[in-house]
Design a protein around this ligand. Structure first.
Ligand SMILES: NC(=O)c1ccc[n+]([C@@H]2O[C@H](COP(=O)([O-])OP(=O)(O)OC[C@H]3O[C@@H](n4cnc5c(N)ncnc54)[C@H](OP(=O)(O)O)[C@@H]3O)[C@@H](O)[C@H]2O)c1
Length: 329
């Protein structure tokens, strides 16, 4: 862990532990109401085999949704699917699609395999790498996973999505610590925590940009789950985890707003909004702060440029496949 990572790891701890942790959720839960059923709706969620994604899948299946779990490892995915079906008590509602969301050819293949109608897409897969990793597309891993992959999937699915469809980008409260930076900017020297925060900030802006550029399209929003006790936090931020453990939410608590965003009445979902604990939130600590318009425009151009080569219909890796034939609808 670099010195900066160690420092951020510690500095993050005392910032907003009550709000982002379990006490905040417990406090707000008192005013929560039932968002409604998802019977017959098809939800696609990435990174669904563990942590928040797994908990969100359980919650949405219990609400009646058919869920396609998008995961990169067949063994982990199928084990999680079997457990989820058991816990949710609804066999046959969960499908698995294998896909590495950081690989653009895999995402293109996924888009061509997903069956319509698609009502909700949740981009939950996330990564905080210990060191710089570049993908086969020559993209740094956090930019590929959090930005390029989700943007490509949305571009490919866009013609098939109804205006009622919902797209959710799972960001992080860590994005409050950084400004919007030029696309693909990396900290020098490389620091996974800052790269993570840059791309989580960019996800929030990407949701706003989709709302601006495609006002008649699906509702694209971002959210953050709070501080949640998952393997990602345990492994990537061990100091933070040790210090904050008693306050961390369980994965179901972190997944609550995802479940709500999938099921809430349409009037409660503002395109481009950033949500936490079922409520739209400011995107900057100081509410009057703004992202630079030229950086926002550059982000949109970059997203379109890196995904452009993969827009041809049917393109994509043949190595990924559904693990249950015909079950991705
Ligand atoms: N936990 C928190 O406090 C917290 C706070 C803010 C935001 N978040 C966000 O919440 C989301 C879920 O994180 P988590 O805390 O639940 O961690 P987690 O348990 O580690 O889950 C991350 C999931 O993403 C998957 N994933 C990562 N890279 C992938 C790729 N290239 N292709 C396909 N799947 C990939 C992982 O799959 P494998 O099992 O194959 O690795 C795993 O299923 C992330 O976006 C994270 O940034 C979490």
């Amino acid at each position: 862990m670099s010195a900066l990572t160690g420092l951020l790891d510690l500095v993050m701890a005392p910032l907003v532990p009550l709000s982002f942790g379990r006490p905040g959720l417990r406090l707000r839960r008192g005013s929560f109401t039932e968002p409604g059923r998802l019977d017959g709706r098809h939800v696609v969620i990435t990174g669904a085999n563990s942590g928040i994604g797994r908990a969100a899948t359980v919650a949405m299946v219990k609400r009646g949704a058919r869920v396609t779990m998008v995961c990169r490892d067949r063994g982990r995915a199928e084990a999680a699917r079997d457990e989820i079906e058991l816990v949710a008590g609804s066999p046959g509602l969960v499908a698995v699609e294998l896909c590495d969301v950081a690989r653009l050819d895999d995402m293109a293949g996924l888009a061509s395999r997903l069956r319509d109608p698609i009502d909700v897409v949740i981009h939950n897969a996330g990564v905080l790498p210990p060191g710089r990793i570049d993908t086969e597309d020559n993209l740094e891993l956090t930019w590929a996973t959090h930005i390029a992959g989700p943007h490509l999937l949305l571009r490919l699915l866009r013609p098939r999505l109804a205006a009622t469809a919902r797209i959710v980008l799972v960001s992080s409260g860590g994005m409050y610590l950084v400004p919007l930076v030029a696309p693909a900017t990396l900290p020098e020297p490389y620091d996974g925590v800052r790269a993570y925060a840059f791309t989580k900030r960019a996800q929030v802006v990407l949701a706003e940009l989709w709302a601006e550029h495609d006002p008649l399209g699906p509702r694209v929003v971002a959210m953050h789950p709070g501080w949640v006790d998952t393997s990602a936090v345990r492994n990537s931020l061990p100091g933070f985890h040790r210090l904050m453990r008693p306050l961390l939410r369980d994965p179901a608590g972190g997944a609550d707003t995802l479940d709500w965003l999938a099921a809430c009445p349409p009037a409660q979902l503002e395109p481009g909004g950033f949500y936490f604990d079922r409520k739209r939130r400011p995107t900057h600590v100081v509410p009057w702060r703004r992202d630079r318009p030229e950086t926002r425009a550059a982000l949109w151009r970059w997203c379109n440029a890196v995904t452009e080569p993969y827009l041809t219909a049917g393109q994509g890796s043949a190595r990924s496949a559904s693990t249950r034939p015909g079950n991705a609808s």
